[in-house]
Design a binder for this molecule. Structure first.
Ligand code: 5GP
Length: 188
């Protein structure tokens, strides 16, 4: 048997229940801010998919609690790449740019994690060429210690330390996205 070299995500940094509680709070906040409007949730593939799914349903559940607040949600996605199967950043590339529907809309970018800020900066510049009404940013995780370019973030789930995290959509070499919690990657 060859030795196992793949790092193992062992230590839970943010539990499933903490994630869900905070996402419900974000859902209520987003509903309050965008009530009676149409909002395009713009998911950044692939890391944000689990967060995106839970956040969109949290907005719906918030609506059930506050029926006087209506919000129409539309789903759009972009795909960018900034990490190539390892933990070191590389240049940002746009793989899929989203549909023409983004023009003249209220857009909420839904990100998994803001690290150096380069991906967000690149996406923001791209979106401005589409002339949206407004662009705001919601990220599940914020890692401010690694910032290289300034990032304006409107909604933050959790601040995380300067460590590589996986789970709940975030990968290491395309693995661990299906963990229901956020874990620290252990390089053993
Ligand atoms: P940034 O451009 O802000 O440096 O990085 C944004 C992207 O890098 C994220 O969307 C994510 O895909 C990846 N990334 C940054 N930090 C981490 C991390 O700690 N864990 C994982 N799995 N991905 C990360």
């Amino acid at each position: 048997m060859p030795a196992v070299t793949k790092p193992l995500p062992k230590s839970v940094l943010i539990s499933e229940s903490c994630l869900q509680k905070r996402i419900r709070e974000l859902g209520r906040q987003i509903l309050a801010d965008y009530k009676n409007q149409e909002l395009v949730l713009l998911g950044v593939l692939r890391g944000s998919v689990i967060f995106f799914a839970d956040l969109s349903r949290a907005i719906f559940e918030a609506q059930l609690e506050e029926p006087s607040r209506e919000i129409q949600i539309r789903f759009e996605f972009v795909q960018l790449t900034s990490y190539n199967n390892n933990t070191q950043p590389s240049a940002v590339e746009l793989i899929h740019g989203g549909s023409n529907y983004l023009k003249q809309r209220h857009i909420l970018i839904v990100e998994d994690i803001i690290d150096t800020g380069q991906t967000l900066n690149f996406l923001y510049e791209h979106l401005l060429t589409l002339k949206p009404k407004t662009v705001k940013v919601c990220t599940l995780l914020n890692k401010p210690s690694k910032r290289r370019v300034p990032a304006t973030i409107d909604y933050i789930g959790f601040e995380v330390p300067d460590a590589f995290v996986v789970g709940y959509g975030l990968d290491y070499a395309q693995q661990y996205r299906n963990l229901p919690y956020i874990a620290l990657l252990e390089s053993t």
